[in-house]
Design a protein around this ligand. Structure first.
Ligand SMILES: NC(=O)c1ccc[n+]([C@@H]2O[C@H](COP(=O)([O-])OP(=O)(O)OC[C@H]3O[C@@H](n4cnc5c(N)ncnc54)[C@H](OP(=O)(O)O)[C@@H]3O)[C@@H](O)[C@H]2O)c1
Length: 307
């Protein structure tokens, strides 16, 4: 039986990566919705042959139209801090339509430790990352118990695209403008970096081998990298050395009152402990590196850093 996957977020990073992998796999077709069909991302999907409909995760009728004929569903949703119930409501809508149209396999792309955020070293019950992770935890539970023949939950690490616009400006303020970062990270910190293309590879592999991936839930990363090496690599593309200012605990305690992003950075300190790279490699799926990512995305790198 041929596989037709409804891909959430096809115009975005993860969904776009899955689409790219699907396009290289002639036996697999992709359906998707986008809120605006006239954007460059939508137009390029249409040109590539993706069956794309105008639609919205909040609009059940549009999902029903777009998911008709699909055998598989890739869920990837945006958390909404202003309404932490939104992600689950959208997931339930997608799962319900998927059941109606006869989807047999659901793959959900979640986040590191979403099953147990409270085990993290810098867990803060009121932190915004905690809210995001619990939002994903509720979706994981909905996927697990939805009764599909096959389900898979992948939990990707720190996206390599976080070093590109528009994300880099939020996550690493000062890097692009001043080649300087001030952070709650530690000097020896290692980040589990994931090339979004590898999320696409894992998701497609799961859809192509549903029995092997059924009821599997696991963290994935492409490469473990000391944060200082990530910054050095960016410094090399910028052609200048990047200065990193590591905040003291006293400074963090003071600044976190007005800068919630520091809580996010604290949570990232032990991210690396969530992933077992031997287990990731054991799936036999090729993994990218940050160097290859920067090379492949050289156009976006140049735009981001004004080169
Ligand atoms: N950055 C990281 O390091 C990291 C790590 C782990 C997990 N995550 C998670 O990854 C997710 C973000 O994924 P991403 O980076 O692929 O997102 P993204 O690039 O920002 O793309 C968002 C996609 O979602 C679509 N979308 C948003 N709201 C929609 C709606 N109401 N109806 C239909 N489509 C909608 C957008 O489509 P249109 O705008 O075209 O309609 C777009 O395709 C978040 O849940 C985040 O927590 C991120």
């Amino acid at each position: 039986m041929s596989t037709t996957i409804f891909v959430c977020g096809a115009t975005g990073t993860q969904g776009g990566a899955l689409i790219n992998n699907i396009l290289g796999s002639p036996s697999v077709k992709a359906h998707a919705v986008a809120r605006d069909l006239s954007t460059p991302a939508s137009l390029s999907l249409l040109a590539a042959g993706v069956t794309l409909f105008q639609g919205d995760f909040n609009d059940e009728a549009s999902l029903r139209t777009a998911m008709h004929g699909c055998t598989a569903l890739f869920i990837n949703l945006m958390p909404n801090l202003a309404d932490v119930t939104q992600e689950l409501a959208q997931a339930q809508r997608l799962l319900s339509v998927a059941r109606e149209v006869g989807v047999t396999h659901v793959v959900y792309s979640s986040g590191f430790s979403a099953d147990h955020p409270e085990r993290r070293r810098h867990y803060d019950p009121n932190g915004f990352v905690t809210k995001l992770l619990f939002s994903k935890q509720r979706v994981e539970s909905a996927v697990r118990t939805a009764g599909f023949k096959y389900y898979t939950i992948i939990r990707p690490g720190n996206f390599m695209t976080n070093m590109l616009a528009p994300h880099v400006g939020v996550m690493y303020a000062g890097l692009v403008e001043k080649a300087e970062i001030t952070t709650a990270f530690t000097r020896d910190m290692v980040l589990p970096m994931i090339d979004p293309n590898d999320i696409g590879r894992f998701a497609l592999a799961a859809f192509l081998q549903p029995a092997r991936f059924n009821a599997q839930e696991f963290e994935i990363a492409s490469e473990l990298m000391p944060f200082e090496d990530v910054v050095k690599a960016i410094g090399r593309v910028m052609g200048r050395e990047v200065k990193i200012n590591y905040l003291s605990q006293e400074d963090i305690d003071e600044q976190i009152k007005t800068n919630p992003f520091l809580g996010g950075q604290l949570m990232m300190r032990d991210m690396v402990e969530c992933v077992d790279m031997d287990k990731v490699r054991a799936w036999g799926i090729p993994l990218g590196t940050f160097g290859e990512f920067l090379e492949r995305e050289s156009g976006r790198v140049k735009t981001t850093y004004g080169l």
